[in-house]
Design a protein around this ligand. Structure first.
Ligand SMILES: C[S@@+](CC[C@H](N)C(=O)[O-])C[C@H]1O[C@@H](n2cnc3c(N)ncnc32)[C@H](O)[C@@H]1O
Length: 375
């Protein structure tokens, strides 16, 4: 008899390969054993991502929308349901609203399974819609305005041609309530990340009242700079604690589970970009490298990437924040909004000038710098 643990690992290793090679069959979630294996491993991680993003949308916008008595939420590509469960239960912890939740997936079996997990959440009314996106649209017909549209790890399985999804999301945009949001989380790999960054650019162009609340600084001033070179992408590495079981499975599969890695986007139909444009930000989108004589990192201003360094000899009490920056943190841009940055001369680096203080503004998850306890 096959050891059930080994069987699960075999299934997960097939899934992992299939996700990487973009070759999972469309019906994979119809198989109960695959669903169980996916839920236990990938689902556990998705639950944390959903939770992290629930907290972030409360911080990034929230006030009006989250004050409503009922929230209408649609989750596309629900799978075993952990991502949306993390998000909704995270919201539940902070707001008294009740939820109308519609789950959409091409697998009927997986939706039934997801609904069992979500059935335990209080004040939640649930509907299921089975169909293959992006062509499947009947769930939108006659819907009341959508407050939150969510999708976790959906594009990665549909990434070759996103034009259909773009059409679908434009339809969704038309039904978004004022302040309504779209929240996407995809794997942190290059292809998945670029697909989502591309979708962000396209949506912003197609829907001028849609703003990028996170993670791009300054409402992504122009087209995403990571898309300019085919080798670039952009992702988050959030601190997270995983169970021993998850870490063991990850090490067998050759995955590194040291952080919550994802590419994500939070868009809002009326997110107010003026809030940020008063004080233009730059966001650290790489690790901070501390090397001989300097610390440096790649900073995005929403339009360009700047390879900024602080030389040791320029360190002062007023710029000490630079030395401790972590991926995803934002500081006040050291140049005026219309400037392109600092003149680089022949160096590949732009130098943070000694006389300009470094002012932290936001932690990676949108927490204001001054109200957080981190260094
Ligand atoms: C990788 S799982 C993600 C599940 C969950 N959202 C999460 O983040 O853990 C992707 C789910 O999307 C569904 N899916 C993928 N492509 C789809 C499509 N074109 N139409 C409908 N469902 C799709 C799959 O059946 C699967 O259940």
């Amino acid at each position: 008899m096959v050891n059930p643990k080994n069987k699960k690992l075999t299934i997960l290793s097939g899934l992992s390969r299939g996700f990487t090679e973009r070759s999972v069959p469309g019906s994979y979630m119809d198989d109960p054993e695959t669903r169980e294996a996916y839920g236990e491993y990938y689902g556990a991680v998705s639950l944390k991502k959903g939770r992290a993003l629930s907290e972030e949308i409360l911080r990034r916008n929230g006030a009006d929308l989250m004050g409503q008595e009922r929230l209408s939420i649609v989750d596309l590509g629900t799978g075993t349901g952990e991502f949306i469960r993390g998000l909704v239960s995270g919201l539940r912890d902070h707001i008294p609203a009740s939820f109308d939740l519609l789950l959409v997936d091409r697998s009927k079996g997986v939706l039934e399974e997801a609904s069992r997990g979500l059935g335990q959440v209080e004040n939640l009314s649930l509907r299921l819609a089975v169909g293959t996106l992006p062509g499947f649209l009947s769930w939108i017909e006659g819907r009341t305005p959508i407050d939150l549209l969510t999708a976790g790890n959906l594009l990665a399985e549909n990434g070759a041609d996103l034009s259909g999804f773009l059409t679908l999301l434009r339809r969704v945009h038309d039904t978004l309530s004022p302040g309504g949001m779209m929240i996407f989380a995809e794997p942190a790999d290059r292809l998945s990340s670029r697909a989502l960054l591309f979708l962000g650019d396209e949506l912003r162009t197609a829907c001028p009242d849609l703003h990028i609340l996170a993670p791009c600084p300054n409402d992504r001033l122009g087209s995403c700079p990571a898309l300019r070179s085919p080798e670039d992408w952009c992702h988050e590495d959030r601190p997270a604690v995983f169970s021993e079981e998850t870490k063991k499975t990850a090490s067998v599969l050759g995955h590194i589970k040291d952080a919550l890695k994802m590419t994500y986007l939070i868009l809002s139909r009326t997110g107010d970009p003026r809030r940020l444009s008063f004080s233009p930000l730059i966001r650290l989108v790489s690790p901070l490298h501390r090397e001989k004589g300097m610390a440096w990192g790649l900073f995005c201003d929403g339009e360009r990437i700047h390879k900024l360094r602080l030389l040791n000899r320029n360190r002062t009490g007023d710029n000490r924040v630079f030395w401790h920056l972590k991926r995803g943190e934002s500081v006040l841009a050291p140049w005026a909004p219309m400037d392109a940055g600092f003149n680089k001369g022949s160096s590949p680096f732009e130098d943070w000038p000694k006389e300009v203080p470094v002012t932290g503004v936001l932690r990676p998850n949108g927490t204001p710098w001054e109200s957080s306890e981190e260094e």
